[in-house]
Design a protein around this ligand. Structure first.
Ligand code: GLY
Ligand code: MN
Length: 437
């Protein structure tokens, strides 16, 4: 699908209006944004993988353009200093082309330093990392400007939503391939490679390191290894893996198992609650309440599965659900998989606290149309947390034989990316799965 230039024009107009307000608030005349620079391993001449400044990516879909800069002055056409070195060691960027070029005054530069001569002098907010500094242009990252831009980044423009739909479509074939590789009895590493091949990604352009856990590894929330050897059996696969399009992240988790087991029923029950929670992504909903509702729903799953013999509300207030669901319901998503501004109270800053006893929740704002969030409830059998529960006053309410029966499967997490609208939510992930069905 190609991007409509008019959609992009409106997006840039929105960013310009946000920048106008941010600069006025901070008392600045210009907004300068370096894409960033390549950084090197200690005492080495090999660079780390390059990751562009998200403020830069918000304006242009240029993910591999270190040393380029954007300069915006209210009322003027934005300038792009486009770095295209004469380099035969590395492949330089192509000449600028595409739907985005019409909105910029583009100046090609051959050395990083040439950007300095093009950037406007005066009171500038320079948003970037220290390493990107040029003489006379050191990033200052003014808090008032960042607060304004980060707060507003939660609202995606129609252009951004179009890119996020494309990012979802890229991830879905990977999840299908991963499921098949699991059913075929492949290793974690082979499942991961099947995912990469089906999504046409390398490890370096994924928005985050994929989590690919067989069996007990599903109980480690951010399991970071991939075994090349085969386990004794293929009981379950928890795969949390995303995709990227024009810098926009997708974040999807699926848990696969074979039908006909107690764990398969458990996965189905979590999925039913996950879908109900996705449907609750409505304008005016406080995400903290949604997170607490997730605890209550998952408590119902634990009760129905015979794992905990307590009323769901008591399970939540006593903290028992946190043993099985020890992370937040989800987060904002966009240019960063955990997008900025999740706690911000206002464009002028301030934070909205998490509910007591929920230290890992990443989003506390009230949902409004245009926000994109993940919904990712999960239930896990984590040995260290189970040991604490068993030793405490509520351990006697747990059916430890049921825990033992489910423990070999690790855990279950189901995660979709959902847009809040004026009406029913748009589930980007389910829509992408349905398209490819
Ligand atoms: N995809 C990992 C996470 O959201 O924490
Ligand atoms: Mn997530």
């Amino acid at each position: 699908m190609s991007i409509d230039p008019a959609l992009y024009r409106d997006h840039v107009a929105t960013l310009a209006a946000r920048a106008d307000a941010a600069l006025a608030r901070g008392g600045f005349d210009h907004l300068l944004i370096p894409a960033g620079v390549e950084k090197y391993y200690f005492l080495d001449d090999n660079p780390y993988p390059f990751r562009a400044n998200p403020h830069f990516l918000h304006w242009v879909p240029l993910t591999r353009h270190a040393h380029s800069w954007i300069a915006y002055t209210p009322g003027e056409r934005p300038l792009l200093a486009y770095y295209q070195p004469d380099d035969y060691w590395h492949l330089p960027p192509d000449a600028p082309e595409g739907y985005w070029t019409g909105e910029f005054e583009i100046k090609v530069i051959r050395t990083p330093e040439e950007a300095a001569a093009l950037l406007p002098k005066g009171r500038a907010a320079i948003l970037g990392e220290d390493d990107a500094a040029l003489p006379g242009f050191a990033p200052n990252n003014p808090q008032a400007v960042l607060d304004h831009l980060h707060y507003h980044r939660a609202w995606k423009t129609p252009y951004e939503l179009a890119l996020m739909r494309l990012s979802q479509r890229r991830a879905v074939p990977g999840h299908r391939a991963a499921r098949q590789a699991f059913l075929d009895g492949r290793s974690e590493d082979a499942i991961h490679r099947a995912y990469l091949a089906a999504t046409a990604h390398t490890d370096l352009d994924l928005p985050y390191g994929s989590i690919v856990g067989l069996n007990r590894h599903g109980a480690t929330l951010h399991y970071q290894h991939r075994q090349t050897g085969l386990p004794d059996a293929h009981r379950s696969l928890l795969i949390d893996a995303g995709a990227e399009h024009a810098g926009y992240a997708t974040d999807i988790t699926r848990t696969w198992t074979r039908p006909g087991t107690r764990f398969a029923d458990f996965v189905d029950a979590v999925e039913r609650e996950e879908l109900a929670l996705c449907d609750a992504v409505r304008a005016g909903t406080d995400y903290r309440q949604l997170h607490l509702q997730a605890h209550l729903r998952l408590a119902g799953v634990l009760q129905d599965a015979g794992v905990v013999r307590m009323a769901p509300a008591d399970m939540v207030t006593s903290g028992v659900t946190a043993t099985f669901f020890p992370h937040g319901l989800g987060h904002l998503i966009g240019l960063q998989v955990h997008d900025v501004g999740g706690f911000q109270a206002a464009a002028t800053g301030g934070s909205i606290e998490r509910p007591d006893g929920h230290p890992y929740l990443r989003l506390t704002r009230t949902l409004e149309p245009g926000m994109v969030v993940t919904i990712e409830p999960g239930l896990y059998f984590i040995d260290t947390l189970l040991a604490k529960l068993r030793a405490g006053e509520h351990g006697r309410h747990v059916d430890w034989d049921a825990v033992e029966a489910l423990r070999p499967y690790g855990g279950v997490r189901i995660e979709d990316d959902v847009v809040c609208t004026d009406g029913a939510p748009e589930n980007l992930t389910r829509d992408a799965f349905a398209e490819g069905a």
